[in-house]
Write a protein that binds this ligand. Sequence first.
Ligand code: IMP
Ligand code: MG
Length: 179
Amino acid sequence: MLQNISKVLLSEEQVQSRVKELASQLSEEYKGKDPIFVGVLKGVVMFYADFLKNFTEECEMDFMWISSYVGTNSSGMVVRQDLSKNIEGRHVVILEDIFDTGNSLQFTYEHLLSKNPASLKICTFLDKPERRRAGITVKADYTGYVIPNEFVVGYGLDFNEHYRNLPFIGVLRPEAYQK
Ligand code: IMP
Ligand code: MG
């Protein structure tokens, strides 16, 4: 597996220290608000778990599973699994692995907004602003790292469902796409 990684973009230490910073920032901002953190599966699992372990205030967990993403290009979106909770009147924060074209976050944001939360914010671990599609109106309220326009894997992010288990963010060798 490691032989297919051409470089480490963010080391495990960089990943962990930034996650802790985000969690402490949100712990301050959401103190007493009992937020619901909505994870967008599956890519967010590593970030979600590390973030929640470092969030020091009362909160609840919920998940959405949306899909459509195939290979290295995004397309249309469908809800595969909706929330298990009623979020009406609650403070909701969407946790995402990466803000790429923006299709997923735009779709998720509008879907959750229609359920009338008291507030709705977006926290994404990675942001690739160069890839943003025209017409995307959502913005990230909290961002871990802004990264260049390269296809990355690890820390939950996959290429054809592989490499999610790497503890760092790496760039895949082009040969690995062609196999
Ligand atoms: P978007 O809808 O294009 O913003 O991208 C949403 C999803 O595409 C993310 O949640 C990821 O699952 C996937 N994705 C986007 N960029 C990458 C990447 O560089 N590596 C792995 N997955 C990616
Ligand atoms: Mg993916």
